[in-house]
Ligand binder design. Structure first.
Ligand SMILES: Nc1nc2c(ncn2[C@@H]2O[C@H](COP(=O)(O)OP(=O)(O)OP(=O)(O)O)[C@@H](O)[C@H]2O)c(=O)[nH]1
Ligand SMILES: [Mg+2]
Length: 454
C-alpha cells in the first residue's frame, strides 16, 4: 500500500522558476488576469488549485514508481499536515489508520512517498505489521532492477549499502519478513545476516571493483576518442521518451519501456546527420524529482557521457502536467553535474498526445517531435547539425587522381559533393563536409580556383 504525504508548511515545493514559467505560460494563454499573479498559487482551473494538481500529478508519478518496482497497489492513503511528525513522519492517528488498512488488505509493504529518517523508519516498522520502505529506497530498488552493466550494478549496490548502514539497528523483526520483494534486491541477498561490519567490508569491496571497472572504461573511451566523433547526449526526466527517441533516431533497438528507469546504463550509438557528419548519440538514465544527492553522486559515472557531450538534447514530455517542474528538476541535476554551460536543444516529445493549439511554452529553438510516431525527426537532426560547432562544416575544392578510387568513395560517403567532374585521370570535386574529415584530404586540396571552372 502507498502512503502519500503533503506538508502544507512545505507547499512551495514547486520552485520559483517553475512557478514563474507556469505563470507566464498561463498569461500567454490568456487565461489569467494579471492581478492574480501575486497570489502564491494561481488557480489552474476554476475549481482546482495548482497545488492540488501538483499533488495529484506527483501521486500518479509515485504510483507509477511503485508499479515499476513490481508492486501491486492495494490501497493509497493520503495525509496532509502542516509539518512532518519527528517520530513517525505522519501523525499518530494516521499511523493507526495505516496499520488497520495494511492488515485488512494484507499488504506486504508500506511505501512512503517521502524520505524517512533512520529513527522514523525504526518507529514505523515497530508499529506497523509489515515492511516500510521510503522513497529513496524505492528508487534504489528500481535502479537495482534495471542496472544491466557491471558498473551500473556496482553503483546501485554501493548506494544501497550506504543507505542501509545508518538504518540497520532495530530491523531484526522486519528483515525476516521479506514481503513483496521490494527493497530486497541487490545487497538484499545478504540482508538477513548483515551487520555493520559486514556492510562496511562489502562497501570497500564494491568500491575496489568499481575502480577496476572504471579503469577499463576509461581505456575504452580513450581508444574511442582517438577518432574524434562528437557525443550528443539525450537527457531528461524519467519517462520523457528518451529511449524511444534514441531508437527512432538510431533504430538501435535499445530497451524501451513504460516502466520508469528502463535505461540505467548509458547507451551509445553512432548516427549520421544530414550533413553526413557522424555523431555518437547517448541515451542516459532518467532524472527524477527529489533524487537524493547521494544518488546523483553515485550515478556520476553513469552520466559521464553527459559530461563529455558536445551537445545535450533535453527531452521533455509535452503531454505531462508536470512539464515545468520536470524541467526545473532536470536543470538542477545538470548544474550539479556542472554541465549547465553546454549547448542544449530542447526537444518537446510526445506531441502526438497534445491537442493542436495546446502546445506548451518552450525555449526558443526547441523542436517538437514524437519519438513514438517518428514525427519531427528530420527537423531535430537538422538542428543537431546546426548546433554542433566542434566539427564545423567546411567546403574544399580538390583534385584527386582517379587511381585513388577508394579515397574518393570514402569522401563521398562522408561529405556532400557540390561538384564532381572527371578530366583525364583526375577528378575535380568540391566537397562540403565536416572539417575533421576534409582535413584528411588536405594533400589533394586544389588551391588554384581556375582548375575547376575552366
Ligand atoms: N504517445 C507517445 N508516447 C511516447 C512517445 N515517446 C515515448 N512514449 C512512451 O513513453 C513511455 C516512456 O518512454 P521511454 O522512451 O522508455 O522513456 P525514457 O525517457 O527513456 O524513460 P527512462 O529511461 O525511464 O528515463 C513509453 O511508454 C513510450 O512508449 C511519444 O512521442 N508519444
Ligand atoms: Mg530510457
Amino acid at each position: 500500500m502507498l502512503v502519500a504525504v503533503e506538508f502544507t508548511g512545505e507547499r512551495r515545493k514547486l520552485s520559483s522558476a517553475a512557478r514563474m514559467a507556469r505563470k507566464s505560460a498561463a498569461v500567454a494563454a490568456g487565461e489569467w488576469d494579471l492581478a492574480s499573479l501575486d497570489e502564491p498559487f494561481v488557480r489552474a482551473t476554476p475549481d482546482a488549485p495548482l497545488a492540488d494538481l501538483d499533488f495529484e500529478a506527483s501521486l500518479a508519478e509515485f504510483e507509477e514508481l511503485a508499479r515499476s518496482a513490481g508492486a501491486e497497489v492495494a490501497a493509497t492513503l493520503i495525509q496532509r499536515r502542516p509539518k512532518p511528525d519527528a517520530a513517525t513522519l505522519v501523525g499518530q492517528g494516521k499511523v493507526e489508520e495505516i496499520e488497520a488498512v495494511a492488515a485488512s488488505t494484507h499488504a506486504d509493504v508500506v511505501l512512503f512517498d517521502h524520505d524517512l529518517t533512520p529513527s522514523q523508519l525504526r518507529n514505523l516498522e515497530t508499529k506497523l505489521p509489515c515492511r516500510v520502505i521510503d522513497r529513496t529506497q524505492l528508487i534504489l530498488d528500481i535502479f537495482a532492477r534495471h542496472a544491466r552493466t557491471r558498473e551500473g550494478q556496482l553503483q546501485v549496490e554501493l548506494a544501497q549499502l550506504e543507505y542501509q548502514l545508518p538504518r540497520l539497528a532495530g530491523r531484526g523483526k522486519s528483515m525476516s519478513q521479506l514481503g513483496g520483494g521490494i527493497g530486497t534486491r541487490g545487497p538484499g541477498e545478504t540482508q538477513l545476516e548483515t551487520d555493520r561490519r559486514k556492510i562496511n567490508l562489502r562497501i570497500d569491496h564494491v568500491k575496489e571493483q568499481l575502480e577496476a571497472v572504471r579503469r577499463i572504461r576509461r581505456q575504452q573511451r580513450q581508444r574511442r576518442e582517438a577518432v574524434p566523433v562528437p557525443v550528443v547526449a539525450l537527457v531528461g526526466y524519467t519517462n520523457a521518451g528518451k529511449s524511444t527517441l534514441f531508437n527512432a533516431l538510431t533504430e538501435a533497438g535499445v530497451l524501451e519501456s513504460s516502466r520508469m528507469f528502463a535505461t540505467l546504463d548509458p547507451k551509445l550509438r553512432q548516427l549520421q546527420l544530414p550533413s553526413r557528419r557522424k555523431i555518437l548519440l547517448s541515451d542516459t538514465v532518467g532524472f527524477i524529482r527529489n533524487l537524493p544527492h547521494t544518488l546523483v553522486t553515485s550515478f556520476r559515472a553513469t552520466l559521464e557521457e553527459v559530461e563529455r557531450a558536445e551537445l545535450l538534447l533535453h527531452v521533455r514530455d509535452a503531454s505531462s502536467p508536470m512539464l515545468e517542474e520536470q524541467k526545473v528538476q532536470v536543470e538542477r541535476v545538470l548544474s550539479e553535474l556542472d554541465v549547465s554551460k553546454k549547448p542544449v536543444i530542447e526537444v518537446l516529445n510526445k506531441i502526438d498526445l497534445v491537442p493542436e493549439g495546446d502546445m506548451p511554452m518552450a525555449a526558443p529553438g526547441s523542436i517538437a517531435v514524437s519519438g513514438l510516431k517518428k514525427q519531427g525527426l528530420e527537423n531535430l537532426l537538422a538542428a543537431i547539425d546546426a548546433a554542433l560547432v566542434v566539427d564545423p562544416l567546411v567546403e574544399m575544392r580538390m583534385r584527386i587522381p582517379q587511381s585513388e578510387g577508394a579515397m574518393l568513395a570514402a569522401l563521398e560517403a562522408g561529405a556532400t559533393m557540390k561538384e564532381k567532374r572527371f578530366e583525364g585521370n583526375l577528378a575535380y570535386v568540391t566537397a562540403r563536409g565536416p572539417q575533421s574529415l576534409l582535413n584528411r584530404y588536405r594533400k589533394f586540396e586544389d588551391r588554384g580556383s581556375k582548375a575547376i571552372h575552366t
